[in-house]
Design a protein. Structure first.
Length: 214
């Protein structure tokens, strides 16, 4: 992964890689899904990058890896990938199971330059990837209250993702394509991964692993 030292250099990297994103075809068959999450140590740039790989049918963990690192790049909105992706890539390299899809705790196309963390990791690894955000980057109307209800997520007048209700009466999550999938299949997979809770089990298990080590 390229390691720019300034915001201008980082934006140039995003602009160069963005045309490589593919967001126009359904996900291929998925047997395993990796959750990716980063936990920061309080008051510092030190972090733990955690990856857990789940069997999509049983939601059991089949592999996991966490690495400690430091966020060397400054905290700049829209450029978080340059802080977190290097350590996440190290964690992915340490897996013994190659996941079929990456499910990132962050954004994909729902990003000012349409190249969030999920896009960045998808392009660099060549794996299908999905962004599942806890907060909306953009504007949306609340989806229906029933599980599975969606509404478009808009940024600068463009649909960049969907608000997806994973539990009745609970705030939606915000799904956007990262790479090598379309929005319909991304939302379908997130629902499969979130049978009981607001967040998908991929995110929950990766978050738990990161907290254990931070």
């Amino acid at each position: 992964m390229e390691r720019p030292t300034t915001a201008a250099e980082a934006v140039a990297v995003q602009e160069r890689l963005r045309p490589l994103v593919r967001a126009d075809r359904p996900l291929p068959p998925v047997r395993t899904a990796a959750g990716l999450d980063v936990a920061y140590l309080p008051g510092s740039d030190r972090l733990v990058a955690a990856v857990t790989v789940l069997d999509v049918e049983t939601l059991s963990t089949v592999d996991r890896r966490a690495v400690r690192g430091t966020a060397d790049f400054p905290y700049v909105p829209g450029l978080f990938a340059f802080r977190e992706a290097p350590s996440l890539l190290r964690a992915l390299d340490g897996l013994t199971t190659s996941p079929d899809v990456l499910v990132c705790d962050g954004q994909g196309l729902a990003h000012p330059r349409r190249f969030g963390l999920a896009c960045h990791l998808g392009v660099l690894t060549g794996l299908p990837s999905i962004g599942v955000g806890k907060t909306a980057l953009g504007r949306y109307d609340p989806p229906g209250e029933e599980r599975g209800a969606t509404s478009p997520l808009l940024l600068d007048g463009e649909v960049v993702g969907r608000a997806l209700r994973t539990r009745r009466g609970v705030k939606p999550v915000f799904v956007s394509v990262g790479h090598r999938c379309d929005l319909d299949s991304a939302c379908e997979l997130v629902l499969r991964l979130a049978p009981h809770h607001r967040l998908p089990e991929t995110t929950r298990t990766a978050d738990r692993l990161g907290r254990e080590l931070s």
